[in-house]
Design a binder for this molecule. Structure first.
Ligand code: 1PX
Length: 214
């Protein structure tokens, strides 16, 4: 375990996702990115073998942060406003990556797909047996979700990295939320919010036929 793992709790990270959905059922971009940044920080604490994953996540987070810091920042306040603005202004490559390779819509879609994995992984952790292997939970949930969008070489590298994950109970303790039982309870509290964020985004992207953006 790298230094710094004990300095923050995953509870604070997952709380970011509870602040994502507005009263109008829109997904706020800032807490969404804050949640991912915390998760990446946690991932970095698990060891350098995961750095190729965290680097890709950071690249994507920064692309969207740059939009949030640009003069178009208001259009990127929520996922709904981002989709509306980018589509209305022809800023999304719909068939193949060409003029707008790093649109907010395609970049957010990559994080959204990863959120689906996260949702399944956390549920697997929450409901797993005491001494089940985190690596198995991780690879099963990865294969059932994100892996479908990744080329062979990435799937292979991810599979190797997963082998470095500790057992479920050690992993739960690494989350710094208290005992393993307390970590499980926290996951139960946080998961409905993550599921809601995922569901709203999925519906929005489906409605605009954006789920296969190149
Ligand atoms: C706890 C173990 C964490 C294992 C992480 C499982 C996810 C594995 C993802 C492997 C991604 C490999 C890197 C490359 C990805 C890109 O090819 C690919 C496509 O991008 P492109 O269309 O621009 O080319 N990118 C993506 O799919 C985005 C991946 C974003 C992954 C973020 C993962 C962050 C994981 C944080 C884990 C925290 C766990 C906390 C649990 C309590």
């Amino acid at each position: 375990m790298a230094a710094g793992a004990e300095t923050f709790s995953l509870r604070e990270v997952l709380v970011a996702f509870t602040a994502c959905v507005s009263e109008q059922r829109e997904v706020r971009v800032d807490p969404y990115l804050a949640g991912w940044k915390g998760l990446v920080r946690f991932l970095n604490c698990l060891g350098t073998i995961f750095s190729f994953i965290s680097k890709d996540a950071v690249t994507k987070i920064e692309i969207i942060e740059n939009y949030r810091n640009s003069d178009q920042r208001e259009n990127y306040l929520t996922v709904q406003s981002m989709v509306e603005y980018e589509l209305a202004n022809g800023l999304v490559d719909l068939q193949k990556r060409s003029k707008h390779p790093d649109s907010g819509c395609r970049t957010f879609l990559r994080l959204h797909r990863a959120l689906h994995w996260l949702q399944m992984f956390l549920e697997g952790l929450r409901t797993g047996e005491d001494n089940s292997k985190t690596s198995v939970i991780c690879s099963e949930t990865y294969n059932a979700s994100l892996a479908n969008y990744h080329p062979w070489i990435i799937r292979k590298a991810a599979g190797v990295a997963f082998c470095a994950l500790p057992t479920r109970n050690t992993f739960l303790e690494t989350m710094n939320v208290g005992t393993a039982e307390e970590a499980v309870a926290m996951l139960g509290d946080a998961l409905p919010y993550i599921c809601e964020v995922y569901k709203i985004t999925e519906e929005l992207y489906a409605q605009h036929k954006l789920l296969d953006l190149p």
